[in-house]
Design a binder for this molecule. Structure first.
Ligand SMILES: Nc1ncnc2c1ncn2[C@@H]1O[C@H](COP(=O)(O)OP(=O)(O)O)[C@@H](O)[C@H]1O
Ligand SMILES: [Mg+2]
Length: 262
């Protein structure tokens, strides 16, 4: 499913705002929102999922304007995995994933809902822990459960806010590999992510945000030391080995903080 963001503006009571966002994200694309803390990545993800309602502008999914859709109808198109799942309830992995079927369930899950849940659990290799309570899982396992729950929604668009934060290297790779496979199967995926090396390894499109505005958009060609220096005020060296891009941070461009050494 293609996403068109046209002239989107959003403001939290006049303080921070997203300004004139215009973007086109292709179907089955794996897109990374990158940019400094507070640049608006999470806010833009929430606008796409209609958790936040833009002040003006529109977001189209293929040609559909979903602004009048019910929450259930939106949830059949978009699944959103927030950065921090606040409370972790004592539910099993199976029940947590089954919750993803909520938009399809009237009052009791059907056989189809249970089948879909089992199918997703198998797909994400969660069978062995399906009856474990989620608070007993490692961060990487729990992230996989949240992705499974989102997939049980059968979305066309999957939004994830920093899905690899707090994961070790192996689990970061695991989560991003799963997401890449899903994007290759046609799901349009957008993640907010800080690790530029991981972003450039897995994603096909990059949207750089700075203070609520689009700073740059494009493929790997926009991951340049010049752009990174302007965006983060950090000097980096970029190595391109047969198309594989490696970003090495060199120094903070700001003056060092005066340390009280007394
Ligand atoms: N609910 C809110 N009310 C007011 N300001 C907010 C709220 N949520 C986020 N902000 C502010 O909006 C700006 C962008 O935040 P956010 O979208 O979370 O950035 P990012 O995800 O890029 O770190 C920040 O300055 C943040 O403090
Ligand atoms: Mg954020």
């Amino acid at each position: 499913m293609k996403i068109f963001i046209n002239n989107l503006n959003f403001s939290y009571n006049g303080s921070f705002s997203l300004k004139d966002i215009n973007e086109h994200i292709g179907a089955g694309e794996f897109t990374a929102f990158v940019g400094p803390n507070g640049s608006g990545k999470s806010t833009l993800l929430k606008c796409i999922d209609r958790i936040l309602i833009p002040d003006n502008g529109e977001i189209l999914f293929n040609d559909q304007d979903i602004s009048n859709y019910s929450r259930e109808k939106v949830a059949k198109i978009i699944a959103y995995v927030p950065q921090n799942e606040g409370n972790i309830y004592p539910v099993t992995v199976f029940d947590a994933v089954l919750l993803g079927r909520k938009p399809y369930v009237n009052w009791a899950p059907s056989k189809n809902d249970f089948d879909k849940t089992a199918e997703v659990i198998e797909k994400l290799d969660l069978e062995d822990i399906a009856l474990k309570e989620i608070y007993k899982l490692s961060g990487g396992q729990r992230q996989r459960v949240y992705i499974a729950r989102a997939l049980a929604q059968e979305p066309k668009v999957l939004l994830l806010d920093e899905p690899t934060a707090n994961l070790d290297l192996r689990h970061q790779l695991e989560v991003l590999e799963i997401l890449k496979l899903l994007s290759e199967k046609g799901i349009t995926i957008i993640i907010a992510i800080h690790d530029l090396n991981m972003a450039v390894k897995f994603c096909s499109k990059f949207i750089m945000l700075n203070e609520g505005e689009i700073f740059a958009t494009g493929g790997k060609e926009i991951i340049t030391s010049g752009n990174i220096k302007k965006l983060y005020r950090v000097k980096v060296k970029i190595i391109n080995e047969d198309g594989e891009i490696i970003i090495i941070p060199l120094s903070n461009n700001d003056k060092p903080m005066k340390l009280a050494l007394a």
